[in-house]
Design a protein around this ligand. Structure first.
Ligand code: ATP
Ligand code: MG
Length: 363
């Protein structure tokens, strides 16, 4: 059992480029942590440093209490599952899972017990005699997980393990990996650039950009209280709407003003920005079309001329523009608004986000 701690870790590749400038991160024992961020932000680099496949240029990396900067990968008690899981094609499923243990000269009976246990948990028992090419993508991915499991690692590292699978299989494997984590009670570090995967699987999510942690928090907190515009835009689908607004005084309080719209804000939150421009963030689900909400919203409404409607089943996505910028509203599909219509949408004033225009930090 082990947590993982990065203390001022720097990673500079041989070409002299520093991709991780100063990483401080504490992953708890048994936690499921997801590293998420755009391509090239340093997720795989971070994971590969934990695995020992990349060296740490500066700082300290601990697995449990042990400083591992100079510990060889095979002595770290970790197992890694990659996107391209590279099973041995000529070996059966059983042999694929047993192979690493055989190399370590583990007694045969013990190998058998571990392989069968992993096969039971991963529901691979019917396939043990098959070769990888006789399996579906999801089954192969489970064999790759099984190969990691039989080693009883203290830490599981997974780098985009589902990105080769089609959407439906991915959803199924997502919940299988989550339940595997619950069963095994070990630390999981999972890399993805898919925010849905991150939100559904992580106990905590570490959002990275350019090698720098933006926010490390629970899915709920990332969604409800993003610390800056990057996190706000990255978490949530469709993306949060960002609207330029002015902070104005009105009726003894404050409003965010744009066009005809006036969104009230509490004085303690915004008084220091009086007269300034800020960025208002509103999630698509916080723009409401229900007539009773529009009636109650006063001037906190947006008149939207719909450019495009997308029927998603239970809801409709409405696309419109404010000052030439694309906006989206998610409405229940029983309100049959469509492109060409002009609709009035109420801003849920309790759920708005406000950002400093210069620093892009949440206010
Ligand atoms: N061996 C290397 N030598 C030099 N630069 C590298 C090396 N490996 C990765 N990089 C660079 O380090 C940065 C981070 O790469 P990394 O693979 O960690 O990104 P990532 O977040 O995993 O991206 P993706 O989502 O595309 O997998 C990138 O700019 C990449 O080009
Ligand atoms: Mg990567």
């Amino acid at each position: 059992m082990a947590g993982i701690t990065f203390k001022h870790v720097v990673k500079t590749y041989d070409n002299g480029v520093t991709v991780i400038p100063d990483l401080n991160l504490e992953i708890k024992d048994k936690e499921f942590v997801v590293l998420v961020g755009p391509s090239g932000c340093g997720k795989s680099t971070t994971l590969r440093m934990i695995a020992g496949l990349e060296s740490v240029s500066e700082g300290e990396l601990y697995i449990g209490d042990r400083l591992v900067n100079n510990v060889a990968p095979k002595n770290r008690d970790i197992a890694m599952v990659f996107q391209n899981y590279a099973l041995y094609p000529h070996m059966t499923v059983y042999k694929n899972m047993a192979f690493a243990l055989e190399m370590r000269k583990t007694p045969k009976a013990e190998i058998d017990e571990k392989v069968r246990e992993a096969a039971r948990i991963l529901e691979l028992e019917p396939y043990l005699k098959r070769k990888p090419k006789e399996l579906s993508g999801g089954q192969r991915q489970r064999v790759a997980l099984g190969r990691a499991m039989v080693r009883n690692p203290e830490v599981f590292l997974l780098d985009e393990p589902l990105s080769n699978l089609d959407a439906k299989l991915r959803t199924g494997m997502r919940s299988q990996i989550s339940s595997l984590h619950k069963k095994l009670q070990t630390t999981f570090v999972y890399v993805t650039h898919d925010q849905t995967e991150a939100m559904t699987m992580g106990d905590r999510i570490c959002v990275m950009k350019d090698g720098v942690i933006q926010q490390f928090d629970t899915p709920q907190n990332l969604y409800n209280s993003p610390c800056n515009m990057f996190v706000a835009g990255f978490i949530g689908s469709p993306q949060m709407n960002f609207i330029d607004a002015r902070v104005e005084q009105a009726d003894g309080g404050y409003v965010l003003a744009f066009g005809e719209t006036r969104v009230p804000v509490s004085a303690d939150r915004i008084a220091s920005y009086a007269g300034k421009e800020v960025i208002l963030g509103v999630r698509p689900e916080d723009l409401h079309i229900e007539p009773e909400m529009v009636a109650a919203a006063g001037d906190a409404v947006i008149k939207a001329s719909i450019d495009l409607d997308e029927m998603m089943g239970s809801e409709i996505y409405l696309y419109f523009q404010i000052d030439g910028k694309k906006m989206i509203s998610r409405i229940p599909s029983k309100y049959a608004a469509k492109s060409g219509d002009t609709v009035t949408l109420a801003v849920d004033t309790d759920s708005i986000h406000i950002f400093d225009k210069e620093t892009e930090k949440a206010i």
